[in-house]
Structures are given as structure tokens and as C-alpha cells.
Design a protein around this ligand. Structure first.
Ligand code: ADP
Length: 566
């Protein structure tokens, strides 16, 4: 930019000197005066010698004229006068030369001075100026001596040659300047075009940068040697995750970059940038960047080679698409399929095993107990399948409940009786505090499901020797059912998602306790359907309390889903 400005400055300085309208008329006029003085001084010193008689002092008059012109050249307000007025100065300079020649015939050196006004006029008035020079030189310099002093051969020759040479010099200057002017104009045009092109290129660069930064895909450009040329803002986020300690800007740097399993670190040869820098093109290369499960991202990388005009490899462009949600969904689908398969297989194996035993051994004394196991596992299978169906229906909309006047105390007691054997089998104590009667308006089957689920969870998540307590109380609000246990408890982090479908707390997973994370989401849907709410209090390692609050019959709205975690 600086060089361009300097060049433009030197061009306009040259323009002022050679072509510019701003060259002050005083400058060439003073030059002419100086030459006139030198010519006069050298002649008076006798070096050149005077030729011809002094008829009258033409040189003196000429000198007065030149001095007057010089003064006028500096003093007149040229900007206010028409442009042709300047042309009067060189014309009158030619007249001064003519005066000298009348005085001193054969003053060849003085005739040479005609070059100054000739060039000046050529520069000032172009080709027209050259014509004026020819005519003026003929009329003022060549012709008068012939008319006044006689037509001697030399005077005749000068009368013809001087105007021609002077006009020719003026023409050369005029044409030269014309061409220079054209060349300069062309240069100016090209400079302006270049300026416009640069502004437009800069504009497009800014647009491209804005677009690159707007897209939700990380973009990287490598050169032919695998050096990073540029990357957009989105990719910077991925770089910070993959290289928390910084990046050297070369393809293939190892960092927190893992394969599709999220745990195996990529080797240099497996790194997408390394492969792309070797000219490889690929799509949907899946990687994980970062280590922290809360912030790490899964990326699908595509690469394309960039070639130069000769077709040689010149670099590569890589696009990194964030596919974290997709990968997590894939993983939960896999986890879900694995969990459901496991949950189905365990009771099925038991059913198949005992049925085989019964067929092989016939009706022995163990048969009733074996049939109990078969029935229990078949029941578990049926419950699992109905939970899955129930959960699928919940996707479509809220759980439909058909409330009817019922005694909640009776509903709870019936379910307790069904669950009590498994509580005892698990080596747990069961405390129950249920009133004789608690009239309510509930969906009896659904409320039975709520009691079943909460009790079976309490049993499942409480190690042997623990205690399960069930209380049903009538409150100012309506009815409150609480199931408390002294089991493994639930962490605050897990509490937030406890009622999400298929969500299982980490501790339950770690201990490999059976379950697929559907029961509580169904319980919540049922409670919501009754216009009630469910609350959980828990402390890891100490136990949990699940509290269901149902509004009194007359208060129960049709649907007022509410969930409060405490
Ligand atoms: P499942 O028991 O089949 O996993 P649920 O929806 O019934 O599914 O429960 C969701 C998760 O809540 C369970 O996986 C478990 O981690 C946690 N949970 C439920 N009840 C209890 C409880 N009484 N004590 C500890 N954790 C529990």
C-alpha cells in the first residue's frame, strides 16, 4: 500500500513538472530572461563580436520587453485570466528575439533563444501552439530583417528555416506531451481499476470470512506441506478441545483425538489432517475430541484435495461436522437394545429352564415351587413388555386415566400383600402405616401400578438387612403416599433426570441392578394424569423417599402435571 502511494505521489509530481497546468508561467519566462541576459552579456563582452550597424537599439527595447514580460508573468493573476492569456508571453518573447535580430543582423545565438518560447507554446497549447510558433517566428523573427535590411541569402534562409525548426520543436513537445498524457491517463485508469478490484476483492474476502464463521461446521485449509493455512471460528472451538496445550499448525499433531469408540487415541497416520495432507479424500470419518464427557464432541470429518492449475497436489480442505447428538443417540439406542435384551433374557432363561425341568422330572414335590418361579418370571416379562408398550404410548401424549370413587387404603393394602413375599425374600424389613380407609377418586389399576413400582424399586435398590417403609396419610391437600427405604440412595446429579425415560442412575448401573429405567417415568405420567405430583428426597448411601401427593377428589383437575424435586 505504501509503495503504491509513493508511486502515485511521484507520478503527480512529474505531472506538475511536465504536463501540469500548475507550472507557473513565471518559471519558463524567467528561464527565457536568464538566457536573454546571458546572450546579451556575452555579446557585449565582445566575445561574440557585433555584426552589422546598430540602426536602433532593438536589443535594449527587447530587454525592456522581456523584463516587463517576466514581471507580468509573476504578477498577473493567471488563475483569473483565460488559459490562452499565458500563450501571449512566449509570443511576445519571440517578438523580443525579432527586435534583437533587427538590431544585430545575424545574431544566430539569439535566434536559438526561440527554442524556449517554441517549447513553451508547444507545451501550453499543443499542436495549435506549434502552428502559432511557426507563424509567429516567421512574422516576428524571420520576416522583419528581410523587409528592413534587404533579402540577403542568409536572411532569406533563416526566414524560412527558423519558423520551421521552431514549429517542429513545438510540435515534438506537443505530440510527446500528448502521448505522455494519454499514457498517464491510461495508467490512472488502470490504477483506478486496480483500486476498485482491490476494494471488491477485500469485500469478497470479508464476505467469505463472515460466511465461514457463520456456518456450524469446522473448516480447515492445509497447504501442500500439511501446514494449516486458515480455519474458521467453529473449528477453533474443536481445536481447543483437542489441543488444550496449543497446536503447532501442522497436520497430524497428536492430541485428545479419539476414534469412534471415544476411548482409543488416534495415531498420527489415522489423524484426518495427516491423511488429507497425503492427498487422501474421505467422508464421514468419525472422531471424538476432548476428554471431559460434559464438553467432548463427536465429529464427522470430510476431506477433499486441492490441486493447482497444473493438476499437482496443492493442499486439502477439511470439514468437521458436529455429530455428538447423533453419536449419543446411537449409543443410547445400543445401550437400550442391550438392556432390554438382557432384561428379557434373564426371566426367559429362568422360565425355559424350569419348564424343561418340569418336563424332564415330571410332577415331583419341587414342582409347585418351580411353577412359582416360572409364574414370577413370566409376570416379570409381562410387566416389562407392558412397560415398554406403555412408554411407547407416552410418546404420543399424556397417560389417559379413568378416575372413579375408590378406597385408596384398600388399593395400597392389596398391592402390599402381593409385594410382601419379595420384600421378605430380599431380607428386608417392611413397615406399613396405612389408615383403615381413605376415600379418593383414582384410576384403581394405575394407582396399583404406582404402588407396585415404588415398592419394587425400594426392594431392588436396598441391600439385604435394610428397611422399607410405606405410609399412606390423609392431608389437607388430599392424600400422600410415601415409600421410604434405607438403600443405595441417589446422587443430586441423577435426581435431575430420574423421571426421564430409560434413565438409570450411575450407582444402579455400577452395581448392575436389573432395570431399564422406565418405571418412574410411567409412575410420573400416572400421577400427572391424576393432577398430583411426585417428590423425591435422597442421600447417596443413606436411602430415598418417594412421595406421591394426590389432590382431594373435588380439587383434582383434569390434567395438571407437576414435578418437584426436593
Ligand atoms: P429401573 O428401576 O428399571 O431402572 P425406574 O424408572 O424404576 O427404572 O428407576 C429409574 C432409576 O432411578 C433407577 O435405574 C435407579 O437408578 C433409580 N431409582 C429408582 N428408585 C430408587 C430407589 N428406591 N433407590 C435408589 N435408586 C432408585
Amino acid at each position: 500500500m505504501g509503495t503504491r502511494d509513493a508511486r502515485a505521489r511521484s507520478i503527480s509530481a512529474g505531472r506538475m513538472l511536465l504536463l501540469g497546468d500548475e507550472l507557473h508561467p513565471g518559471v519558463p519566462q524567467t528561464a527565457f530572461l536568464a538566457l536573454y541576459v546571458v546572450d546579451t552579456a556575452l555579446r557585449s563582452s565582445g566575445i561574440a563580436g557585433l555584426t552589422g550597424p546598430a540602426v536602433w537599439s532593438g536589443r535594449g527595447v527587447g530587454a525592456v520587453l522581456v523584463v516587463a514580460l517576466t514581471a507580468a508573468a509573476w504578477l498577473l493573476p493567471w488563475r483569473l485570466l483565460p488559459p490562452w492569456a499565458v500563450g501571449a508571453l512566449p509570443v511576445l518573447d519571440l517578438a523580443a528575439i525579432g527586435l534583437v535580430r533587427l538590431d544585430q543582423v545575424g545574431a544566430a545565438s539569439t535566434a536559438l533563444l526561440a527554442a524556449v518560447p517554441a517549447v513553451w507554446l508547444g507545451r501550453h497549447a499543443g499542436r495549435g501552439g506549434a502552428a502559432v510558433v511557426g507563424l509567429t517566428t516567421f512574422l516576428l523573427v524571420g520576416l522583419p530583417p528581410v523587409l528592413l535590411l534587404g533579402s540577403d541569402g542568409e536572411l532569406l534562409a533563416r526566414m524560412v528555416l527558423l519558423p520551421v525548426v521552431a514549429a517542429w520543436a513545438a510540435l515534438v513537445v506537443a505530440v510527446g506531451l500528448e502521448r505522455a498524457g494519454m499514457a498517464f491517463a491510461e495508467m490512472e485508469r488502470q490504477r483506478e481499476e486496480l483500486g476498485r478490484a482491490m476494494v471488491s476483492a477485500d469485500h469478497h474476502r470479508r464476505i467469505a470470512a463472515a460466511i465461514l464463521d457463520t456456518v456450524d461446521v469446522g473448516l480447515v485449509l492445509l497447504d501442500g506441506d500439511g501446514a494449516y493455512q486458515t480455519m474458521n471460528r467453529r473449528h477453533l472451538d474443536f481445536m481447543h478441545l483437542a489441543y488444550p496445550d496449543g497446536h503447532a499448525g501442522r497436520a497430524g499433531q497428536l492430541g485428545l483425538v479419539f476414534g469412534p469408540d471415544g476411548t482409543t487415541r488416534l495415531t498420527r497416520e489415522e489423524m484426518p489432517t495427516w491423511r488429507a495432507s497425503r492427498g487422501e479424500e474421505f467422508d464421514d470419518c468419525r472422531i471424538w475430541v476432548g476428554e471431559d464427557p460434559a464438553t467432548r464432541r463427536a465429529l464427522s470429518v470430510s476431506a477433499r484435495a486441492v490441486h493447482d492449475q497444473a493438476g499437482a497436489f496443492a493442499g486439502a480442505a477439511l470439514a468437521y461436522k458436529d455429530v455428538t447428538d447423533f453419536m449419543l443417540a446411537l449409543r443410547s439406542k445400543d445401550d437400550f437394545v442391550a438392556a432390554v435384551s438382557h432384561e428379557l433374557r434373564t426371566p426367559l432363561t429362568s422360565v425355559v429352564g424350569y419348564v424343561d425341568l418340569l418336563r424332564e422330572e415330571g410332577w415331583t414335590s419341587d414342582a409347585p415351587a418351580q411353577l412359582d418361579v416360572v409364574a414370577r418370571n413370566a409376570d416379570r416379562l409381562a410387566r416389562l413388555v407392558s412397560d415398554l408398550l406403555e412408554s411407547a404410548k407416552l410418546e404420543q401424549g399424556p397417560m389417559p386415566v379413568s378416575r372413579e370413587p375408590a378406597d385408596l387404603a384398600v388399593v395400597v393394602r392389596e398391592r402390599l400383600a402381593a409385594v410382601a413375599p419379595s420384600v421378605a425374600a430380599a431380607g428386608l424389613e417392611l413397615d406399613v402405616d396405612v389408615p383403615d380407609s381413605l376415600p379418593a377418586s383414582v384410576d384403581v389399576r394405575r394407582m396399583g401400578q404406582v404402588v407396585d413400582n415404588l415398592l419394587s424399586n425400594a426392594v431392588k435398590y436396598t441391600p439385604t438387612g435394610g428397611r422399607v417403609t410405606l405410609t399412606l396419610t390423609e392431608t389437607a391437600e388430599g392424600a400422600e403416599l410415601a415409600v421410604a427405604d434405607t438403600g443405595i440412595g441417589i446422587s443430586a446429579l441423577d435426581l435431575e433426570q430420574l423421571f426421564t425415560r430409560f434413565y438409570r442412575a450411575r450407582e444402579a448401573e455400577r452395581r448392575a441392578i436389573q432395570g431399564i429405567g422406565l418405571g418412574l417415568s410411567i409412575v410420573r405420567a400416572i400421577v400427572d394424569g391424576h393432577g398430583g405430583r411426585i417428590e423425591v428426597e435422597s442421600e447417596p448411601g443413606r436411602g430415598s423417599v418417594f412421595r406421591v401427593v394426590l389432590p382431594a377428589p373435588e380439587q383434582a383437575p383434569e390434567h395438571a402435571p407437576q414435578l418437584r424435586l426436593v
